[in-house]
Design a protein around this ligand. Structure first.
Ligand code: ATP
Ligand code: MG
Length: 367
């Protein structure tokens, strides 16, 4: 390289040149430009030939960061020959929409986990998505809204009841605030703490609506990246209430591989669509020799919905759920660990995809 040329490229190596070189780099997961997604937080040039690109990821569950690193490196080496070293640094700013509405919730993403029928592993998957997102670094709450069969406290090994504290509201009024139970890094609440399930069975829409509203409003969730809601199976009442109260990020539908279960899943999907809750995709649970495999993936493709992953049928999952140790499904030697983490990534990325499908990535940051 001639001396002249070298000087030119050295003087042009600045933040603007690096930004221009990154202009066409797409996020490999989202298929949109990093600039449009507002993922580039900072560009630092030092020593004339060294560049640091600081990238904000939209979720802790962002998978395969190395692909993004490679895309940035190859764009810079192709367009800016003067660059000798490239550092790509990541931080996470969880994206979300204004979910709180009139409830004043400071939760970036509310995700409902539902199914068409009972017993398909909805609570197992809801608790696992919550715990997996926590493991990946997010602040997560888990709400058991299955008034008819609240099982989250049991599965998470929670045996105390939440404390209720009297607080003074800004207007001077005394209000009761419910403290969620903190267990394994999650903030956990169950409708079963307030409403005995045998009583809830006979409840109709308006009573459920009132209880759920009060429950969401009076709980001290604090600031959360995700609130995962274990929904009651089948009924649309709770979904309707939630859709009226909150801007949900979307719903995950859990089903087992058999045909009948798939038909129920289709009903759940149409129920969520009726109440205008976006369906994030389908999870197949209990895949394997007993119920078969692949049915949910085919159904998802048929319905134009994302397939979020499958969890094998395995006695260890059953035992862990029964003994209040659902977090053990994430142990290094657990047969479900990889599958569950994959589902967490898929769910979180689908939420981001929904957000990014608008004209520009929302800049809203609650924290
Ligand atoms: N992949 C799996 N392999 C083996 N057992 C599982 C698996 N997933 C869930 N289970 C077990 O199946 C039973 C039902 O699961 P779970 O309670 O999560 O389902 P649900 O859909 O929430 O049921 P309900 O309708 O009663 O609320 C539980 O005993 C659970 O531990
Ligand atoms: Mg359940």
């Amino acid at each position: 390289m001639s001396r002249d040329h070298q000087e030119t490229s050295m003087t042009t190596l600045n933040e603007g040149a690096v930004t221009a070189a990154l202009k066409d780099v797409q996020d490999p997961e989202l298929g949109k430009s990093l600039l449009d997604l507002r993922m580039i937080d900072q560009i630092l040039v030092s020593g004339g030939d060294s560049v640091t690109v600081k990238i904000d990821l939209p979720t802790y569950a962002y998978p395969k960061r190395e692909r993004l690193t490679a895309a940035v490196r190859s764009a810079l080496s192709a367009k800016l020959p003067a660059v000798k070293t490239v550092n790509v640094e990541f931080s996470v700013k969880t994206k979300g929409k204004d979910t709180g509405g009139s409830l004043g919730l400071r939760v970036k993403n509310v995700i409902a986990v539902g199914s068409g029928k009972g017993g398909v592993g909805k609570s197992t998957i809801a608790a696992s998505i919550a715990y997996g997102l926590h493991l990946l670094g997010a602040k997560v709450g888990l709400l058991d809204a299955d008034v008819y069969g609240p099982s989250i406290p049991h599965m998470m090994g929670v045996n105390q009841r939440p404390a209720i504290e009297e607080k003074t509201a800004p207007n001077g009024q005394k209000v009761n605030r419910i403290q969620p139970i903190e267990k394994d890094g999650l903030k956990i609440m169950s409708m079963g703490f307030l409403v005995p399930p045998e009583q809830a069975v006979v409840w109709r829409g308006p009573m459920l609506h009132q209880a759920l509203t009060q429950f969401l409003k009076d709980t001290e969730w604090g600031e959360l990246d995700y609130l995962i809601i274990d929904m009651p199976p089948g009924t649309g009442d709770v979904s309707l209430t939630l859709s009226q109260l909150l801007g949900l990020a979307g719903a995950v539908v859990v089903c087992t591989p058999q045909q009948v279960a798939l038909l129920d899943a289709v009903k759940a999907i149409s129920m969520f669509r009726t109440v205008k809750i976006p369906v994030l995709g389908i999870v197949e649970n209990m895949s394997g020799e007993i119920f078969g495999r692949g049915g949910a993936q085919r159904k998802a493709a048929e319905m134009g919905l994302p397939f979020l992953g499958e969890v094998p049928i395995d006695g260890a999952l059953c035992v862990n759920g029964d003994q209040g140790r659902i977090v053990d499904n994430f142990a290094e030697n657990s047969p479900a660990r990889a599958a569950l983490l994959h589902i967490c990534e898929q769910v979180a990325m689908q939420v981001v995809r929904e957000l990014a499908s608008g004209p520009a990535m929302p800049t809203l940051e609650i924290l």
